[in-house]
Write a protein that binds this ligand. Structure first.
Ligand SMILES: [Zn+2]
Length: 237
């Protein structure tokens, strides 16, 4: 019986390429998702900075309202100074005025601090926005590149499948069945070339008798160790 080694080797090459492309294609959705997550994290940073500014503004408004209240209280105390009758009441009011004025001074100092902080936050918003824009542009380009790569791989995948479809009828069915059975068991690698005196897949030494039979190429011989179909790699190959 004629063994179609060349066709089997070609089939193995096609299957290997088909498998590699399928694996690469499978990775693409998670690659795209990872890029989207990066884009999102830049957007989040901008959102966070904006949120910080709004907190800062709210804090300032609250303190300004308190300052206003306290100033009004001071005016009220000052008016009362004219009406009190005892020294004790007078002293007590003066103390209230002092305490309230200290509170106003301290809060005005804090408001000033918050204003300085707001300038920093505004600067941060500008920076994070710029950075987000730059990164988004870069990451979107990367996504485009991956999409293009994906289309190319899908096309190649289809071509390889077609080549396989054309090739399969040229291989006798018993040889094809054996190939498929071993391929399924051995992670898609059914064939192993013999290099020197060794099975190149599992590195088992091949017995001299088997080597001779392989060189004749009249029958399918399986590696005694890994069970793959052995073939003699001609010097030129
Ligand atoms: Zn082997």
């Amino acid at each position: 019986m004629e063994i179609e080694f060349e066709q089997l080797i070609e089939l193995q090459r096609l299957d290997y390429e088909i498998r590699q492309i399928s694996l690469s294609l499978k990775k693409i959705p998670s690659q795209l998702k990872e890029i989207d997550a990066q884009i999102n994290s830049h957007i989040q940073k901008v959102e966070q900075a904006k949120e910080n500014l709004s907190q800062n503004q709210k804090k300032r408004r609250d303190m300004e309202a308190q300052v206003q209240d306290t100033k009004e209280k001071i005016l009220k105390y000052k008016r009362q100074l004219n009406t009190v009758r005892t020294n004790k009441e007078y002293a007590s009011l003066l103390k209230e005025i002092d305490t309230s004025q200290e509170k106003v001074d301290s809060m005005e100092e804090q408001i000033l601090q918050e204003m300085l902080k707001s300038d920093e936050i505004k600067e941060e918003i500008k920076e994070t926005e710029q950075k987000a824009e730059q990164e988004k542009e870069k990451l979107n380009l990367e996504k485009e590149k991956i999409q293009k790569e994906k289309s190319k791989m899908e096309k190649k995948h289809q071509e390889l499948l077609q080549e396989r479809k054309n090739l399969v009828p040229k291989i006798p069915s018993d040889q094809l069945n054996l190939y498929n059975t071993i391929s399924n068991k051995k992670n898609g690698i059914a064939l192993s070339p013999v290099k020197g005196e060794f099975c190149s897949m599992c590195h088992m030494r091949i017995r001299p008798q088997v080597l001779n039979e392989l060189k004749e190429g009249n029958k399918l011989i399986l590696c005694e160790n890994c069970g793959r179909i052995l073939y003699w790699l001609k010097k030129s190959a």
